[in-house]
Each structure stands twice: as C-alpha cells, then as structure tokens.
Design a protein around this ligand. Structure first.
Ligand code: ATP
Ligand code: MG
Length: 399
C-alpha cells in the first residue's frame, strides 16, 4: 500500500562498472528521471551513494504513477518504495510490521539491514539492525532471523528528517540513460519488431528519432495513427521524440512499373535506407535502427541484408538480428506495444509484395535492376514531401 510521504529509491545500473563516466551517467539519469516524473507531481530528485532518491514534495504527487514511471527509465537497475517513520526503534518496528506484513506472511526467515546517513543517531547500524530484528522476530514468531540466506531483507535507513523502511527492490528497466549512447534514426513500421528494436537501442542509451514511410492511398490514415501510437507508447521509455513521415507511394509505383518483380522488396528497402540516412544526417544521428531479424522473411537473409545496406554508409543497428519471434513477442508484451502492433492495418511493405521474391539476390543484379530508375530524383522528391510530428508522453492515445 502506498502511504503519504512514501518515496522511491532507484538503484543505478551499469555505471558501477565505469568509473570515469560515472558523473555524466548520474547527471543524465537524474535529469531523465526528473523529466519522466513531471506529469506525476513535484518531486525532489537527487543522488547519494549509487542511489537516486525521489521524494514527493506535496500530497498531490501521484506515487503509483511515479513508481510505474521510474520503472521505465533506462539506467535504473532496481526500484524500491520506502516509507518514512519516526527515528526510534519502536516506530521503525511498527512501520515494518504494517508496511511489510504481506512479505512477512510469505517468508520463513528474514534479516534487517540498516544504513545511517544521520551520524548523530545514537545507535550504530549493527545495533539498530539487531534491535529492530529482535523485536520483529518476536512479533512474527513464525519467521526466524537468518543473516546469511534470508527470504526477506528489511532495509532501514536513518536520514536527517526521518527513518525509512523498505522491502527489497523490483527490477528497473536496466540499460544506460537515454542520451548517453548518441542519437540514431529508427525505422518504425506498425509491426511487432520495430517498436521492440527501437526500445532495445534506447535501452543502450541511444536517443531516437523515428522515420515512417507511408503509401497513400495504399496505406490508410489509421495505419499512420497506429505508428504514432506506438511511438507514443515508446516515449515512456525513450522520452519525447520526433516521428518523420515520408511519402513513399511514388517510389513504390515506379519500382513496380520499371523493375523485375522478384526485386521489388529489396529495391524498396534500399530506398528506405537511403531516405532514413538522409533524415539521420540532418538530425545529427550516427546510425540507423531496424527491426530486421535474420531469416525472418526473404528480405532478411544474409544476402538480402547485404543488398539493403549497400546503399548507406552509416552503421545499421539490428538489435533483433539473432532473436526468435517468440522472444520478440515476449518483449513486445512486456513493454506494452504488443496490443497496438497486432492491429490489422496495412504497412507499405505489404502492398506490393512479389509472389516469388529473390531468395539468393546478387548485389550486381539488384543494382542493375534499380538502374532503370532515377534514384536521386525519387529520393529528393520523397524528402521534399517529408513532414514530422513531435510525439510526447502527455499526448492522448491516438488509437
Ligand atoms: P515489423 O514487425 O517491424 O514491421 P517485419 O518483420 O514486418 O518488421 P519488414 O516489413 O520486412 O519486417 O520490415 C523490416 C524493417 O524495416 C522493420 O522492422 C522496420 O524497421 C522497417 N520498416 C518496414 N516498413 C516500414 C515503414 N513503413 N516505415 C518505416 N520503417 C519500416
Ligand atoms: Mg513490417
């Protein structure tokens, strides 16, 4: 149960391994946490000893929302909720007894671990742990003290203004704070894969801008709204982002008119990469991200991927490359994009699909087939039709 004055403790992730980057990791993380909590009320957010403290500044703070939000912030390894009480053994024991009643009911053994930030507190950490532990053992006779392998650890912190009691933490989103890993442009379709690939790169600290290709009238406004909704769902993790919308109809029609059917998809994907790279250069991004997974479809064999990335010079990050569909679906469910991804709207990739796509495409043949087109003019025209939308976490659902 949430209680007034409850606060959150966020444990830092991987930074612990990287001495030199520590300061920038912490600064970035604190500012990302602050930004993420903006809609939940007014909080004081600061770092002490590898922990970020999130303290509500008024009763108007929505602690449930803050807790959920904190669990989406990359760079946070674990999140605990802590409840304050008076700085006496009795108050601490009373608080632990009520606040952790469910946890005690499930445990066979426990221990108490104390930390003292207030050095004026009259007991040492060890004395405090023993006193609180002894008292709790009496109040929960079915649970014994075990300092080596307890089922439950009760954490007590003595701070200037109050004591805090908390139970073990739950896992945070992990990874690195968004913004520490540079910027990339992610190709976002309405499918299951690309929201997951975007999420995975954001988790490695990469700030994302999205690019989405539309082919009206073959693709609908609903299909575009679905993609914007996926972007909105991702802002909970990635922060607000720009979605570039690029008209793709003309390119697809020209390919269909002038190129061999077996190469439709590959040539189309080469255009996507060129356009995405142009957007990335303008955005100051250093890489592209796709949801491709080796062998998933004909355009994602090793040869096909080579043909696709032939036209760009930036690194193409494909975090799903070695993953099975079931694993991708599991992540999509966890991060909350699954239900939206499975809505049945057409993507431009599915409108002119060849009946027999080339399975062993030779780069030279694809290049030759593509030479029938005025590539530069088609790219320039598509880019001139680009529009963009800023998607924010506070936006209303679009679908
Ligand atoms: P997804 O589930 O992400 O749609 P997919 O398995 O259906 O992927 P493809 O349709 O071949 O595979 O697309 C491969 C990748 O190309 C996608 O993961 C995405 O990164 C990109 N992509 C496909 N269609 C679009 C689009 N309309 N706009 C932007 N990117 C796209
Ligand atoms: Mg797709």
């Amino acid at each position: 149960m949430m209680q007034t004055n409850e606060m959150l403790l966020l444990k830092l992730g991987e930074v612990v391994l990287k001495g030199l980057n520590r300061r920038s990791f912490e600064d970035k993380l604190v500012s990302n946490v602050r930004r993420r909590l903006k809609g939940c009320g007014s909080f004081q957010v600061y770092v002490r000893q590898s922990t970020i403290y999130v303290e509500p500044q008024s009763d108007a703070c929505d602690m449930e929302a803050a807790y959920a939000a904190a669990r989406q912030v990359f760079g946070v390894a674990a999140v605990a909720r802590a409840v304050p009480c008076g700085k006496t053994v009795e108050a601490i024991v009373d608080t632990a007894q009520t606040y952790l009643a469910d946890a005690f009911a499930q445990a066979h053994s426990f221990k108490v671990e104390s930390k003292r930030a207030d050095k004026a507190f009259p007991m040492t950490s060890i004395q405090l742990s023993q006193a609180v532990g002894g008292e709790l053992a009496e109040r929960f006779p079915n649970v014994t003290v075990d300092v080596h392998h307890p089922d439950l650890t009760v954490y007590v912190e003595i701070r200037e203004t109050a004591a805090y009691v908390h139970a073990p933490s739950v896992p945070g989103a992990g990874g690195l704070p968004v913004g520490m890993g540079g910027r990339a442009v992610s190709l976002l379709s309405g499918g299951l894969d690309s929201p997951v690939s975007s999420w995975m790169m954001a988790r490695r600290g990469v700030e994302l801008e999205m690019v989405h290709f539309v082919s009206p009238p073959y693709t609908s406004q609903q299909a575009q709204d679905k993609v914007l909704e996926l972007a909105r769902l991702l802002t909970g993790y990635c922060g607000r982002m720009i979605v570039h919308i690029i008209p793709f109809t003309k390119i697809q029609e020209e390919i269909r008119r002038q190129c061999p059917e077996e190469y439709f998809t590959l040539i189309m994907r080469r255009f996507m990469m060129r356009l995405a790279q142009a957007v990335a250069k303008k955005a100051g991004a250093g890489a592209l991200v796709t949801g491709e997974s080796l062998g998933q479809v004909a355009s994602q064999t090793m040869l096909a991927l080579g043909v696709t990335e032939d036209v760009v010079s930036m690194p193409v990050l494909r975090p799903l490359i070695g993953m099975d569909k079931v694993e991708i679906i599991r992540i999509a469910r966890e991060i909350g994009t699954y239900e939206t991804s499975i809505l049945p709207y057409e993507d431009c990739c599915t409108v002119f699909t060849p009946r027999h796509p080339a399975t062993r495409p030779a780069l030279e043949d694809v290049r030759a087939a593509e030479a029938a087109l005025d590539v530069d003019a088609l790219v320039a025209e598509a880019l001139s039709g680009e529009t963009w939308i800023r998607v924010k976490i506070t936006d209303e659902p679009r679908i």
